[in-house]
Design a protein around this ligand. Structure first.
Ligand code: ADP
Ligand code: MG
Length: 233
């Protein structure tokens, strides 16, 4: 059997907003989780339960108040702003509910934007990998279309490719189908599911859709600030 490496690990992870003030609220009370390479994990939980808070910490956009969180062996709490940015750039891809594409730029330019920012300009290999992924998601005829000329599903597929372009170990997707009709949502979900498997990337996806969650390798639920594994019946 191929050994699986640990991509995400949290131990006793707590998050308090407005820590040290009279408005302090502890949102995560001690989250222990582990995710291995290539796993596709759904995260469910009521609105306000702390799903985005957890994803922001795992995405090195925010830090734990207590406890630890590491991505591919790198402890987030130990990093300064530069280290966090480097970790994000090298190991993590993000997909949000809204695609956040730059409307005046083409599909291909949007996909290459993070690489362009990191390196100044994309290299030949970056462009060919971007085209390969765009073809994989069925956008080979859309490369030069402006983002605002594409459909919602096409825009979200572009955003997924953008998240994958720097060959991340981990993709964090916060309600990526939340803004699509159920059919394009299901298509976009299926595509992410297949690509995760093909590339061996770990996906953590927040969703409100129980049917989509049921198709994940594992389901984690956040409730009252604690994370529990949902066992398939
Ligand atoms: P979810 O994504 O599950 O809907 P969030 O992680 O966005 O939940 O929010 C969890 C709780 O933390 C909510 O009560 C929310 O109001 C609060 N919260 C989120 N972000 C902040 C912030 N920056 N400052 C203060 N409270 C916040
Ligand atoms: Mg949220």
């Amino acid at each position: 059997m191929v050994s699986r490496s640990v991509i995400v690990e949290t131990v006793g992870l707590k998050k308090t907003y407005n820590s040290g003030t009279d408005k302090a609220v502890e949102v995560l009370h001690g989250v222990d989780m582990i995710a291995y390479s290539g796993e596709f994990i759904a995260i469910i939980g009521q609105s306000g339960s702390g799903k985005s808070t957890l994803l922001n910490i795992l995405g090195a956009l925010d830090k734990p108040t207590e406890g630890s969180a590491s991505i591919d062996g790198v402890e987030i709490g130990s990093l300064d702003a530069l280290g966090l940015a480097k970790l994000r750039g090298q190991k993590i891809g993000f997909v949000f509910q809204f695609h956040h594409l730059l409307e005046e730029f083409t599909c291909l330019e949007n996909v290459l934007m993070p690489v362009s920012i990191q390196k100044g300009a994309p290299e030949k290999d970056d462009t060919s990998y971007a085209k390969l992924l765009l073809t994989r998601v069925g956008l080979e005829t859309q490369l030069n279309k402006r983002a605002n000329q594409m459909s919602g599903g096409q825009q979200q597929r572009t955003a997924i490719v953008r998240a994958l372009c720097n060959k991340p170990k981990l993709v964090l997707a916060d309600e990526p189908t939340g803004n699509l009709d159920s059919r394009s949502g299901a298509e976009v979900f299926a595509l992410m599911r297949e690509i995760a498997r093909e590339l061996g990337v770990t996906f953590l996806m927040v969703t409100h859709d129980d049917r989509l969650a049921a198709a994940a390798d594992r389901i984690l639920r956040i409730e009252d600030g604690y994370l529990t594994e949902v066992t398939n019946e």
